[in-house]
Ligand binder design. Structure first.
Ligand code: GCW
Length: 679
């Protein structure tokens, strides 16, 4: 096991300097096994660079102090011990400091690795004052990223569907990449922020990708071998039609005995090849993917046949709840895409096997900049639910715009569907399938296209470990790791600048794009840039219904689609009521006239104008701040990349501002109260 050192790739949040505090000290590693050896390799590399020392006691358990003495040659500053003193459940660790020794102990080897990365995060402060023993436990047992990577570049979607970071880390031109060193480096980044599961191909499973389950399984095994040393299990997206397309059967009906036998046989073969395989991810009956509806079966029937095949090996099915009609008639105002997941899945509560995770997007529509939290989280207490987020910025600026998403995710995770009477969304995920997100990483030199978008991937991992962390604190962690203060000329200036650019960047993005929770208004297809009516008469079910008098979707029970009724009573009543509905979601739930006065005191139309002017100003200010940074404060290539992206963000934000403001001025005929220029 050796730690990869890539010279032509940005080190993201694990630059060598981040290991200085560990690398200058004496570390004792107690215990053995693959993950312990990974921790050992990390410390060894740091010591080689910074002059510290590392000793290894493979057999040590139990009394760490005695073990340290037995090691013979002097005291240690840091002891990493696989022993019986850590938390017994899960992959957490115990951290303490006394008598000049920092101790990390864990029962599970993955916990030891997490503990080491925590010490790296703490830097020199891990070796300062005494610390009473702290138990660190992950809130979610499963913290997963999904890749929407294609093996063969798709004619429309490319190598990575909704990927904005260059090619795939795994696949290139139809085959597995020959050099997988970067996959190891990626595994290391993921593990260091707490991620422990990854799926390696698109949920839209095309022909070549389907065969990863069979003929190309060796490729998956090769990838798994790269993730394994970092405690990350590999999962695969599979096609529900695989028994037909790969197995030559005449049906994929989940009630068919041959189909069940086929899944069982194929799955057993997967585990022969990859004993720690995580399981299957399935997008069924959604946007053209095959599913159980073709056979008149329910999604529980569909998910359970795969779950039964995986159960003997401890695998899980991530069954996605993103099922809706994408052949809608825009003339029909009774069909509401927001209702779809709840309509399809809530009646199935209790029918899924224990090893099915129902993977539910955080909002009822589709990763929009602002949506209410999905009502499904409160509707299926007898189902293991996984909460799905989108780190890749499909609808939030595609990694050309700065959009730090941790504040949005924090709101989602902290949302309390029962209004004080039940668990939060984070609690639902914690007892269920954990947190899952679509990754934003790719073969780009900065991993994520926009260097500042690295913070989103980092923050996702940290929130999955600890959903109550403050987004600004997570940002500080990311800043300190990525731009190590001891190696930065003016770390406080940089910190201030990054906070100014990122803390409210989600709200800024919201300001200059679709207003008040209405969503979309993006260019169809690539979903970048404004096109107010782009989806208005399309079959996709994402409408704004603006006319000369007003805008918004009536989703009330009283006069609309009845979507509000999918929430528990407290929120159902709040969203139903024009008076109580939060401003930022007003147009998601209500159709209102342009002169409707918001809680903020301004009319809807004036809010549209004000926020669009303000949003562009905020971007212009961010751009100037970045330009003012002294040369050399950050890596010049990184500085240039961010500067280029800010230029594009400003151009695009202006386009949004002018199109949205002009559109609504023309529709409503209401002038801007401040007399600003509208075209
Ligand atoms: O947001 C939409 C995307 C699709 C994606 C789909 C999904 C993988 O536009 O590209 O398909 O969501 O989540 O399945």
């Amino acid at each position: 096991m050796s730690v990869p050192e890539l010279t032509d790739v940005h080190p993201a949040w694990l630059p060598p300097e981040a290991f200085r505090a560990v690398g200058t000290r004496r570390t004792l590693v107690c215990g053995d096994g693959p993950l312990v050896r990974t921790a050992l390799a990390e410390v060894t590399q740091a010591c080689r660079r910074y002059g510290g020392a590392v000793r290894h006691l493979p057999a040590a358990t139990g009394d760490v102090v005695a073990a340290a003495v037995a090691a013979g040659d002097g005291p240690s500053d840091l002891v990493l011990a696989l022993s019986g003193t850590g938390p017994a459940d899960g992959d957490g660790f115990l951290l303490a400091r006394a008598a000049g020794v920092t101790l990390v102990s864990a029962d599970d080897p993955a916990g030891l690795l997490h503990g080491l990365f925590h010490v790296v995060r703490l830097g020199a402060s891990a070796f300062g004052a005494d610390r009473p023993a702290e138990q660190h436990r992950s809130a979610m047992r499963r913290r997963m990223v999904n890749h929407w990577d294609n093996v063969v570049a798709h004619p429309v979607m490319g190598q990575v569907e909704r990927g904005y970071s260059g090619g795939s880390l795994f696949w290139q031109d139809g085959t597995l990449r020959t050099d997988l060193t970067r996959v190891t480096a990626y595994a290391r980044l993921l593990a260091s922020c707490g991620i422990n599961a990854v799926s390696v191909n698109n949920v839209n499973v095309h022909a070549t990708e389907a065969s990863l389950l069979t003929d190309r399984l060796g490729d998956v095994a090769a990838i798994a071998a790269r993730f394994r040393p970092y405690g990350i299990r590999v999962h695969l997206s599979v096609s529900f039609a695989a028994p037909v397309t790969l197995g030559g059967l005449s049906t994929a009906d989940p009630h068919d005995a041959q189909v069940r036998a086929w899944w069982a046989r194929i799955t057993a073969r997967v585990y022969e090849t990859i004993p720690d395989f995580g399981g299957y991810v399935v997008k069924a009956d959604s946007e053209g993917q095959p599913g159980p509806f073709a056979y008149g079966r329910s999604h529980a029937d569909g998910a359970n046949v795969l779950a039964d095949a995986l159960a003997p090996f401890g695998g899980v099915v991530d069954w996605r709840a993103f099922v809706y009609n994408h052949h809608q008639d825009w003339r029909d105002r009774s069909t509401d895409r927001a209702r779809a997941a709840h309509d399809h899945f809530a009646p199935l509560d209790g029918e899924f096997r224990d090893n099915v995770h129902l993977q539910v997007k955080h909002g009822p529509i589709d990763f929009q900049t602002r949506e209410p939290v999905s009502p499904v989280f409160a509707a299926m207490p007898a189902t293991r639910i996984a909460v799905e987020l989108q780190v890749t910025q499909e609808y939030t600026g595609q990694q050309r715009h700065v959009c730090y998403l941790a504040p949005m995710w924090s709101e989602v995770l902290g949302f309390d569907p029962w209004d004080g009477e039940g668990p939060s969304v984070a609690d639902v995920a914690a007892v269920g399938g954990g947190l899952v997100a679509v990754s934003n990483a790719g073969a780009d030199r900065f991993w994520t296209g926009h260097p500042l978008a690295q913070a989103n991937l980092y923050a996702f991992g940290r929130l999955a470990w600890s959903p109550w962390l403050d987004p600004a604190t997570i940002l500080d962690e990311w800043i300190d790791l990525t731009f190590v203060p001891s190696a930065t000329a003016d770390p406080e200036l940089l910190r201030r600048t990054l906070h100014a650019l990122m803390d409210h960047s989600w709200q800024t993005y919201e300001q200059y794009t679709a207003p008040l929770g209405i969503g979309f208004m993006v260019r169809p297809g690539d979903h970048y840039g404004p096109d107010v009516d782009g989806y208005e008469y399309s079959p996709w079910g994402t409408y704004h219904f603006a006319d000369r008098d007003g805008i918004g979707v009536d989703r009330t029970q009283a006069s609309g689609t009845g979507f509000t009724g999918q929430y528990p009573p407290g929120w159902a009543a709040a969203y139903e009521s024009l008076d109580r509905c939060p401003d930022e979601l007003l147009l998601f739930f209500h159709h209102v006239p342009y002169d409707h006065v918001l809680h903020s005191g301004v009319t809807v139309i004036q809010h549209i104008y004000d926020t669009h002017f303000a949003g562009v100003e905020a971007v212009a200010e961010a751009q100037q701040r970045w330009e003012r940074l002294p040369a050399g404060l950050v890596d010049p290539a990184l500085h240039t990349r961010v500067a280029e992206r800010l230029d594009e963000q400003l151009r695009c934000a202006r386009e949004w501002r002018d199109q949205i403001n002009t559109y609504f001025f023309r529709k409503s005929g209401v002038p801007d109260a401040c007399g600003r220029r509208i075209f």
